[in-house]
Design a binder for this molecule. Structure first.
Ligand code: BES
Ligand code: ZN
Ligand code: ZN
Length: 508
């Protein structure tokens, strides 16, 4: 209070505090960034400096006297500084010269902006400020991503909801970057919504309906029925859906964005198990609820197609999502059963909990029928992937150095990292050793190298020279590792997939 009295002219001060309640709920907030300076003090961003100037240097004066210089990720709130912005959050962006960091394999400058802006916007949300202007911090796309990702929370099913905050760019610098960042973040938020929502709400049918609702005119949707799946002889996919009362759906999205509509498409394939109980090889009940997000591959893939269409990327993309539940019942597949995949290969299902590779086997075989330039499949495939990398990065298994480079380049920009994993024959030998069939759905030494044997299994359904399998089990959920995502299902790596697709347009 004293601080404010000293700085504000009395008249303004009084007027502000006599404001009516209804006016208060409509007050605007401002989020500004500051960089760390070598030694003491701050280096204001362009927008923060402009704001400071408009109030005769009061912001820098306050920053000086209100505590130690703001370090990366730290924030400070000021009230009553400006007539238009009763609340101002100043957030620490780290060093101004932060950029690509080889050791971390990401652009630290962008990542710092996302984290800082997210912190500032959440402070505003806690204060129930409904309209917030945000400093572009020199990279408006990253700022928009931080704002929209940071504010997201899944509270649709709660009576008490968080304040709805609308954000806009402060000033006019790089409005295009800001708009693009919002679209990228909205894509990831769509995936988060689908993953976080309970499995009794997001059934295979409901998933397909939600995506159909979000899709723009440039995308064709096919919701393939069980009869179609049978016609396609997708015996592996059907064997997983058999234990559930919910009918399976094979979702197919066609986005034609390339000027040449005959341009070979990018095929994105996502594992869509809307609930994975393990089937007859039932999972332990502890944390089984998290298996509502076992459609994270389908969610991120479909959200990426929606986003690519919203951005009007000049590329053709086909998204495929085999959607079903993995449940135990009298009709369910039993350990030791043999099923026949679409490509004619026989599979001994020794563990019904290794179901992701079964639904993907058929979807991958089908993907080849579109003469694709590349196939990328995304799946919450193995607990072993989480053991290997945790939530630091998505594991990428690929037969293509070119595809690896494209994915890795994209992930440096988005901060949603990837890490290359091996596809050795060593692992193939473990899945082609089956007593009854061509393949076994679990590796011979079951636990060892589980993420790698799963990838080797998938490769048995691929003939294309440019294929990548992304195991996202480790990045499926967020506790507090990614500072700009709240606790919950992460929607990762949607932005990396979109950035990757956008990169393909530049690569011919
Ligand atoms: N959906 C799970 C993998 C998973 C685990 C994803 C934890 C996210 C978090 C998958 O279907 C599964 O159960 N895999 C088994 C394979 C095993 C039976 C060979 C696993 O990882 O234990
Ligand atoms: Zn499973
Ligand atoms: Zn699963």
């Amino acid at each position: 209070m004293l601080l404010l009295r000293r700085i504000l002219p009395g008249r303004n001060y009084c007027r502000r505090f006599s404001t009516s309640q209804s006016h208060l709920s409509d007050r605007k907030g401002l989020v500004l960034g500051v960089f760390e300076k070598d030694g003491e003090g701050h280096h204001l961003t362009e927008a923060a400096a402009g704001f400071d100037q408009s109030i005769s240097g009061k912001l820098s004066e306050l920053l000086k006297i209100s505590g130690p210089s703001l370090k990366k990720g730290k924030s400070r709130l000021f009230y009553g500084l400006h007539e238009d912005f009763p609340c101002v959050a100043v957030v620490g962006l780290g060093k101004a010269e932060s950029g690509f960091c080889g050791a971390e394999n990401l652009d630290a400058g962008k990542e710092n902006i996302r984290a800082a802006v997210s912190t500032g916007c959440r402070l505003m949300q806690d204060l129930e400020v409904k309209r917030v202007e945000v400093d572009g911090c020199g990279d408006a796309q990253s700022a928009a991503e931080g704002a929209a990702l940071g504010l997201f929370s899944y509270d649709q099913l709660k009576s008490k909801k968080k304040t709805q905050v609308t954000t806009r760019l402060h000033g006019s610098a790089d409005a295009t970057g800001w708009a693009k960042g919002l679209v990228y973040a909205q894509g990831q938020n769509l995936a988060r919504l689908l993953m976080e929502a309970p499995a009794n709400h997001v059934t295979p049918t409901a998933f397909a309906d939600i995506i159909e609702e979000k899709i723009s005119a440039k995308v064709t949707v096919h919701k393939r029925s069980k009869a179609w799946i049978e016609e396609q002889q997708m015996g592996a996919f059907l064997s997983v859906s058999r234990g559930s009362e919910e009918p399976p759906v094979f979702l197919e999205l066609h986005y034609r964005g390339a000027p040449d509509s005959a341009q070979p498409p990018l095929l994105l394939v996502g594992k869509g198990i809307t609930f994975d109980s393990g089937g007859i090889s039932l999972k332990p009940s502890q944390s089984m609820d998290a298996m509502r997000a076992d459609m994270g591959g389908a969610a991120t893939v479909c959200a990426s197609v929606v986003t690519a269409a919203a951005l009007q990327l000049p590329v053709n993309i086909i998204g495929l999502a085999p959607l079903c539940e993995n449940m135990p019942s009298g009709k369910a597949t039993k350990p030791g059963d043999v099923v026949i995949a679409k490509n004619g290969k026989t599979i001994q299902v020794d563990n019904t909990d290794a179901e992701g590779r079964l639904v993907l086997a058929d979807a991958l075989s089908y993907a080849h029928t579109f003469n694709p330039r590349a196939i990328v499949n995304v799946a919450t495939l193995t607990g072993a992937m989480d053991v290997a990398l945790g939530s630091a990065a998505t594991g990428v298994f690929t037969n293509s150095d070119w595809l690896w480079e494209q994915l890795q380049k994209a992930s440096v920009v988005t901060g949603d990292r990837v890490w290359r994993m091996p596809l050795f024959q060593h692992y193939t030998r473990q899945v082609t050793d089956s007593q009854l069939a061509d393949l076994n759905n679990i590796g011979k030494y079951s636990r060892s190298g589980g993420a790698c044997t799963a990838a080797a299994f998938l490769r048995e359904f691929v003939t294309l020279p440019h294929w990548a399998h992304l195991d996202i089990a480790g990045v499926m959920s967020n506790k507090d590792e990614v500072p700009y995502l709240r606790k919950g299902m992460s929607g990762r790596p949607t932005r990396t997939l979109v950035e990757f697709a956008a990169g393909l347009t530049q690569n011919g």
